[in-house]
Design a protein around this ligand. Sequence first.
Ligand code: PMP
Length: 360
Amino acid sequence: MKQVYNFNAGPAALPRQVLKKAKEEFLDFQDTGISIMEHSHRGKHYEEVHEEAKNLLKELLSIPDQYEVLFLQGGASLQFAMIPMNFMKPGEQSGYILTGSWSEKALKEADKFGDVKDIVSGKASNYASIPDLPSFSPEEYSYVHLTSNNTIYGTQWASFDGIDHPFLIADMSSDILSRRIPIDKFGLIYAGAQKNLGPAGVTVVIFRKDAAERANEGLPAILSYETHIKNRSLYNTPPTFSIYLLKLVLEWAKNLGGLEELEKRNQEKAQLIYEAIDQSSGFYSGHAARDSRSLMNITFTLKNEELTKQFLKEAHEQGFYGLAGHRSIGGCRASAYNAVPLEACQALRDFMENFQKKHD
Ligand code: PMP
């Protein structure tokens, strides 16, 4: 098989062992004679997968008992809409912290349902850093929304120490399960699975149970969090195969040593690439300010468009996939999610050094 280093931004690399296990079980799930995809979502075999995936996530992320874990569909994008639908009320205002295009999109959806304020925006600095927060009182906003990792710009909240609100909501699509997080700071966390958790098709929502009391009534059942809590994410047919793969990824993460180990590896991996940027005397230039650098998405540019094209071309020829920056900003981006091995980042660092020697 061809040697490939997968730096795709999402859908992204999955652990090899997980794919092998899924392949082994593909035609015959646990001696049942059929695949997991063909089992009823109400049957014993799928039920076990569903509950195990939930329990593993609770264990790995140390999710306290007062939280529910939900498996929904519609991606993080549906959460942009479900959050205001469920939690915005007439006469109240919700607050959004803008750190990139995804937070902008979240705000835009909320704006359709009521009064929304951008508490602070990093747009003026081209979203190169996580902006300092102005002080605000909890009563000002019914909830406050942030994006913990900005997939497109390559910035990340280094810590959540400076932000407090009784109903803090975070889009953690591109850094969930990559580092330890204080879950109890948040009322709701959501993440599309397709970066660190598994394949596309399932969205994880971590929901503090008391938030259900705040939710608006009269919504279509499928769009109400309450429906999914009451039905343990089995209100309608869930994406069973995606949840099965999520379970395998979580087992893999647990066997590796859990969150602490993943965090350590992710720091080591990102550091290799940031070093290649920092030691290049400006041949490569990082987009993110140092104190806001993402461990997941490492964004950089080369001197000009032509050199960038050449870099991406040669990289692709040598098996580096997914290094083109997001279509909205261009440049280059290496996404080093959990399943990207250290060797891939070492190989990329070597490639970057060699490319510079050749073209500087
Ligand atoms: N939020 C963030 C931070 C993302 O990176 C993405 C997708 N790249 C989204 C939201 C949108 O996710 P989805 O495609 O699952 O709706």
